[in-house]
Design a binder for this molecule. Structure first.
Ligand code: AHR
Length: 538
């Protein structure tokens, strides 16, 4: 678990937050802005896996979130909440990470396979008793039902490499071939699951073992020197990576892998970056400084979004250091935990630890983050919002027979067309959003987003962070004419707007009219909004 945010202030300064920009008036009229999409400057194909998810045995994420049990009166498919399955299918969820998080390094996969009487009751990392009713079989069935690929995290702190190999064998060995395959068949699944993504530990610098980078690199090599692979199947192994700006971890782990020529054995480097909004508090202390999910002022609105925008420099910094040991950039970034993390107080109930309300502000944070991933489509191979349900940056909340989609979910839905499309460089020119930073001038960019192209279809997603100023922008595709377009916008007059069980539809996307003239469009981006424009080229 993260205990501080190293170099946070350094990052804030690097982002230009403290730049000397005069404060705007809240009554400011629309200003002109310009967006230019550059099809001739491709960045890379947006891996659909950037739209990935994460579920952990923590609070109400698994139990009462994903898993209600087959005997429940809540609609379910063999124990898995039907509403979660349907919601994930609707957004084409590409991948789900499980079982943690910090829980992963306390988990023995054998405790969670077999019949109900075979399941072990264990002490859960996050407190309470882990019944292990939801184990490998249930998770992999959940993935099959939703269409998502599984991404399993192995226990490096508590189990030997042998258990990792046995888990891979249990999941992937051909039908009837080994004891693991026969166990799997006895539990109702003769055919292999073909699990491709495997994380080797989680936050190994902290809850995953308090390793030094060199110690962890030794473990990674031990765990991956040989892993069973069947029928030419390739496994994508993910190195337990840094938190936000911790390039020292990255440098030393990759250097240790390179010394033993093991760079090519890794597919990805995990990166965790939560947005805490520390600078809006009176202290930058991680525990004391976090702010409230629902009660926030304009300063906290801007500072949270500005901190979220640091994802861009974090990716750049980590990528530059990765090149020191991996010049060809064989290893890509896997941002397998990201999202807002607020102070306790807005949980949906006492047993739902780390659950929090997600507002319009979190929708903008989601848009900003996904747009940054698109801008780095050449570097980011996967990302997993933390966590899917009843947790931090959740897309859904559920408690018994109550279920609601959060504003974060709607952004994932609005951005879907980017998956698998070619990200292209896009220029945004707009007056900045200026604000009062406790007597100091603060400024965030005025409009930002990303664009991708697939054939004649262009998807442009844009965030306007200003709390009260709409921006009118001319949108141009260089070298091409726009023929037609449709749009969706997510906004609300109340910055704190959110969906809860009693009011499930306060924040939802609305159609946005798109006016095309002479091959370009003039579009009004409302204040505090996320917009998705779907354009067709002539
Ligand atoms: O997502 C909650 C926790 O945050 C995860 O278990 C851990 O990896 C991170 O510190």
């Amino acid at each position: 678990m993260v205990t501080n945010r190293r170099n946070f202030l350094k990052g804030v300064a690097a982002c230009g937050l403290a730049a000397s920009v005069s404060r705007s008036q809240s009554t400011a009229a629309d200003s002109s802005a310009h967006i230019e999409i550059l099809p001739e400057e491709p960045i890379g194909v947006i891996a659909p896996e950037i739209y990935g998810h994460f579920i952990e045995h923590l609070g109400g994420v698994i139990y009462d979130g994903v898993w209600v049990g087959a005997a429940s009166k809540i609609p379910n498919d063999g124990g898995i909440r039907r509403a979660v399955i349907d919601a994930l299918k609707a957004i084409h969820a590409p991948v789900v990470r499980w079982p943690g998080g910090c829980f992963a390094d306390s988990y023995n996969w054998r405790d969670g396979v077999g019949s109900a009487t075979d399941r072990k009751e264990r002490t859960n990392f996050w407190g309470g008793v882990e019944p292990n009713s939801f184990g490998t079989q249930e998770f992999l069935r959940f993935c099959a039902l939703t269409g998502a690929k599984p991404y399993l995290a192995a226990n490096v702190r508590g189990l030997p490499a042998w258990d990792f190999q046995q888990w891979v064998e249990y999941c992937n060995a051909p039908a009837g071939s080994t004891t693991g395959a026969k166990e799997r068949a006895a539990q109702g699944h003769p055919e292999p699951y073909d699990v491709r993504y495997w994380g080797v530990g989680n936050e190994s610098w902290g809850c995953g073992g308090n390793f030094t980078p060199e110690e962890y690199a030794t473990e990674f090599r031990r765990f991956t020197a040989w892993v069973p692979q069947y029928g030419g199947q390739h496994l994508d192994l993910v190195v337990s990576g840094p938190s936000d700006y911790d390039v020292d971890w990255t440098r030393r782990v990759l250097r240790s892998l390179a010394e033993k020529n093991q760079i090519d054995n890794a597919y990805g480097l995990s990166l965790h970056d939560y947005t805490w909004n520390l600078s809006a508090g009176l202290t930058t202390d991680w525990n004391l400084g976090k702010r409230d999910a629902l009660k926030f002022d304009e300063l906290e609105w801007y500072e949270l979004l500005a901190q979220g925008a640091l994802m861009d420099s974090i990716i750049r910094d980590q990528w530059a250091v990765m090149a020191e040991s991996d010049r060809r950039h064989h290893i890509k970034l896997v941002v397998d935990e990201w999202g807002a993390w607020y102070r306790p107080g807005t949980e949906i109930g006492p047993k739902y630890a780390l659950s929090q309300m997600l507002t319009l502000r979190d929708a903008l944070l989601s848009g900003i983050t996904l747009d940054i991933f698109h801008q780095h489509a050449d570097k980011v191979a996967m990302a997993n919002a933390a966590q899917l349900i009843n947790c931090l940056h959740s897309l859904m909340l559920a408690s018994e027979d109550h279920f609601v989609l959060t504003p974060v979910y709607h952004v994932f839905q609005m951005y879907m067309a980017h998956m698998g499309a070619r990200s292209v460089r896009t220029e945004f020119a707009a007056p900045p959003a200026s604000y009062d930073r406790r007597g100091q001038p603060g400024a965030l960019w005025g409009l930002k987003g990303s664009a991708s192209i697939s054939g004649k279809k262009v998807t442009l997603t844009v965030v306007n962070p200003h709390t009260s100023r709409a921006l009118e922008a001319e949108v141009v595709v260089r070298g091409a004419a726009v023929e037609s377009g449709t749009g969706q916008v997510l906004t609300n007059a109340d910055l704190h707007a959110h969906n809860d069980f009693q009011h499930p539809d306060v924040v939802h996307p609305e159609p946005a009219a798109v006016t095309v003239a002479r091959g370009r469009l003039l579009h009004r981006f409302p204040p505090a909004s996320v917009t998705a424009l779907h354009l067709t080229l002539a």
